[in-house]
Write a protein that binds this ligand. Structure first.
Ligand SMILES: Nc1ncnc2c1ncn2[C@@H]1O[C@H](COP(=O)(O)OP(=O)(O)OP(=O)(O)O)[C@@H](O)[C@H]1O
Length: 317
């Protein structure tokens, strides 16, 4: 433990990417990319297909070398202090490697035996609790759902108490409820393990559900970085509601919403209105008073969405 205390420098960001550049076949796939993530944060790594997310993550876990720049994990350079840097990383880059014929617990035990840092039974129980797999942990992995396998993969990746957890497209195959659940336990992990978590995705809607902060990249370059915590957004926001489907008074309700300044998003019953954040509670109260049949309501950070849509369209072109 003493070694670990000296290896982890509390004042350093969990990860700093400093001007990382990767050239493949004479083409700059990643071009002077820089960002940093603090412990306790869930950081979204967002970009349209082919933007360079996987390549960057592969550099962050030491699977490929960069041509220029550096990546420091808890202050340790991946170029000059590789072993100590990588000891601070847990990752699922492709599918988690699991033995399907063993139970979840046996998988964790196997993995623990291979770790350099000693991992006791108490730690194994702790990670099982963190990813909420207590009820299924003694079942064979082949009986697990996709979401359960992902949880076990995450439990495995954090057994050695890394400072940084990297997840490449962790929302693949999950529905919105699954994504929220993922967010809940990732948030608990970030807090209880004081860990930085970096997740990549090509879908803004998923990143918005999951992350505290987001970086957008395109063609290997930095495009923008934004905080997604709602309290940090003071500008005019877009407030979106979705009406319950079986509404007999659909037309009357549409007229009512239009008269209040709402605009129809599409035919699925979604309506939107620009609003300042401080006015949201009063608006919700009045919608309830007016008996607007709300299915859900949410705030959208429009600037980010517009930017990302533009990039995605450019990417497709
Ligand atoms: N081994 C390689 N040789 C040449 N080009 C490559 C190689 N690997 C990736 N690329 C190119 O690098 C760019 C970035 O790819 P990368 O897989 O990192 O993007 P991504 O953002 O993860 O995309 P996706 O979401 O589609 O996985 C792409 O244009 C890709 O074609």
């Amino acid at each position: 433990m003493a070694n670990r205390e000296t290896a982890v420098r509390a004042d350093k960001p969990a990860i700093e990417v400093i001007g990382a550049t990767k050239v493949l076949n004479g083409r700059k796939i990643i071009d002077r990319l820089s960002f940093s993530v603090e412990r306790g944060e869930i950081y979204g790594f967002l970009g349209p297909n082919g933007a360079g997310k996987t390549t960057t993550i592969r550099m962050m876990v030491g699977l490929i070398r960069m041509n220029e720049g550096d990546i420091r994990i808890q202050g340790h350079s991946i170029r000059t202090d590789r072993k100590r840097a990588l000891a601070e990383v847990g990752a699922i880059v492709e599918n988690p490697e699991l033995y399907r014929y063993l139970t979840g617990r046996q998988n964790l035990q196997q993995y623990a035996n291979l770790c350099e840092r000693p991992i006791d039974r108490q730690r194994i129980d702790e990670v099982i609790r963190l990813v909420r797999l207590e009820d299924a942990i003694d079942r064979k992995v082949r009986t697990y759902s996709l979401g359960m396998r992902q949880r076990l993969g995450i439990a495995q990746a954090i057994l050695h108490r890394p400072s940084l957890l990297l997840l490449d497209e962790p929302t693949n195959g999950l529905d919105p409820a699954g994504i929220r659940e993922l967010r809940d336990y990732l948030r608990q992990l970030a807090r209880e393990e004081n860990m930085a978590i970096v997740v990549s995705s090509h879908l803004l809607s998923e990143i918005e559900l999951l992350c505290d902060r987001v970086i957008i990249i395109q063609k290997g370059r930095f495009v923008a970085e934004r905080t997604l915590k709602e309290e940090a957004t003071t500008d005019v926001l877009s407030f979106e509601i979705e009406l319950a489907e079986s509404d007999e008074n659909k037309d009357r309700m549409a007229q009512h919403l239009e008269s209040r300044g709402f605009e129809k998003v599409d035919d699925s019953g979604r309506w939107t209105i620009p609003i300042r954040k401080e006015h949201v509670p009063a608006l919700i109260e009045s919608l309830v008073q007016d008996r607007v049949p709300l299915m859900q309501a949410r705030i959208r950070t429009t600037a980010l969405e517009d930017l990302f849509l533009r990039l995605t369209e450019e990417g497709i072109r």
